[in-house]
Write a protein that binds this ligand. Structure first.
Ligand SMILES: C[S@@+](CC[C@H](N)C(=O)[O-])C[C@H]1O[C@@H](n2cnc3c(N)ncnc32)[C@H](O)[C@@H]1O
Length: 260
C-alpha cells in the first residue's frame, strides 16, 4: 500500500510538532544547502525554507504520491525521488534534516556515519524517529498478523524495524561530531474521533500489513486490530483518545575542520 498523503496528514498537527521541536534545536544561522530526507508531503520542507529563506532546500523521498504533494506544498524547493539507503548528495549539505523517516530504513550502524560523512564542514545532521516498536499500537500489529485467515499472506511482513537504543546512537555518532544534542520526548497526542488510533496507524505503520491483503481480508484484519488496540487506548470521558508516542531526537554537528 503506497503512502497516502491525505491519510498521513489526517493528524498533521500532531505529526508536525516533533518536526518543529527538532527544527528549533538546529544550531545553524545561514546554511547554504539544506536537504530534507524522507520529506513526505513537503509541509516540513516548506518550513525549512521558511526558517532558512536564503538556502537551497531539496526534499528527497522514494514515494511518488508524497513527492507530488510536496511539489505543491513547497514550490520554491526542489525535490528528487531516491532511496535514502543509496542516496548521496551531489554537493555537501550544511543541514541534513529528517523527521519521522529514517526508522523505515535498517542498517543504521552504517547509515548514520555515512550521512554524517556527507556533510559540509560545520554541518548538522538533525533526526527525529519514533521509538515505538514495543508500544501496543505497533506490537498488536504483529500479533494480529500472526493469527487469522490473513496469517499466511502476512508471513514475514513487518513495518519499520526497531531503531537502536539511545546509547547505541550516542556511541555511534559521538566520535564523528563536535557536538551532539540528544533527547527523547513522549508526546501525549490527544486524538479525536471514533477510530483514532487505527486511523493514525493506517497513515503509517499499518500500511505494510494492509498492502498484501485483498479487500475482504483487509476489513477483517482492521476489525481484529481495532479490537486488539481498543483496551490499550481507552477513550476519555470527553471522547479524546490519548496516544503516548515516544520519539528520539538527535542533532549532530560535525567539526569545521573536518570534511568527513
Ligand atoms: C512518516 S513520513 C514523514 C514525512 C515527513 N518527513 C514529515 O515529517 O511529514 C515518512 C516518509 O519517508 C519516506 N521514506 C521511507 N523510506 C524511505 C527511503 N528508503 N527512501 C526515501 N524515502 C523514504 C516515505 O516515502 C515517507 O514519505
Amino acid at each position: 500500500m503506497a503512502w497516502d498523503p491525505a491519510l498521513y496528514l489526517h493528524y498533521a498537527d500532531e505529526r508536525l510538532r516533533p518536526a518543529l521541536d527538532l527544527l528549533a534545536r538546529v544550531p545553524l544561522v545561514r546554511p547554504g544547502h539544506v536537504v530534507d530526507l524522507g520529506c513526505g508531503a513537503g509541509n516540513v520542507t516548506a518550513l525549512l525554507k521558511h526558517r532558512f529563506p536564503a538556502a537551497r532546500v531539496t526534499g528527497i523521498d522514494d514515494s511518488a504520491p508524497m513527492l507530488a504533494r510536496a511539489r505543491e506544498a513547497a514550490p520554491d524547493c526542489s525535490f528528487a525521488q531516491a532511496d535514502i539507503a543509496a542516496w548521496t548528495p551531489a554537493q555537501k549539505p550544511d543541514l541534513l534534516y529528517s523527521n519521522a523517516a529514517l526508522h523505515w530504513l535498517g542498517g543504521h550502524d552504517a547509515l548514520f556515519p555515512r550521512l554524517l560523512a556527507t556533510l559540509a564542514p560545520g554541518g548538522v545532521l538533525a533526526v527525529q524517529m519514533p521509538a515505538m516498536h514495543d508500544a501496543p499500537i505497533r506490537a498488536r500489529q504483529h500479533e494480529v498478523a500472526a493469527h487469522g485467515p490473513w496469517a499466511t499472506l502476512l508471513t514475514g511482513v513487518g513495518s519499520a524495524p526497531p531503531i537502536l537504543s539511545p546509547e547505541a546512537y550516542w556511541d555511534l555518532l559521538r566520535p564523528h561530531c563536535a557536538a551532539l544534542d540528544f533527547w527523547e520526548t513522549t508526546y501525549l497526542h490527544a486524538l479525536q474521533g471514533e477510530d483514532a488510533v487505527v486511523q493514525w496507524a493506517m497513515g503509517t505503520s499499518l500500511r505494510p500489513f494492509l498492502a498484501p491483503l485483498p479487500a475482504e481480508l483487509r476489513e477483517g484484519f482492521l476489525a481484529a486490530y481495532r479490537a486488539a488496540v481498543a483496551p490499550c487506548y481507552p477513550r476519555r470521558p470527553d471522547g479524546t483518545t490519548l496516544l503516548a508516542f515516544r520519539r528520539l531526537f538527535l542533532v549532530a554537528t560535525v567539526g569545521v575542520a573536518s570534511s568527513s
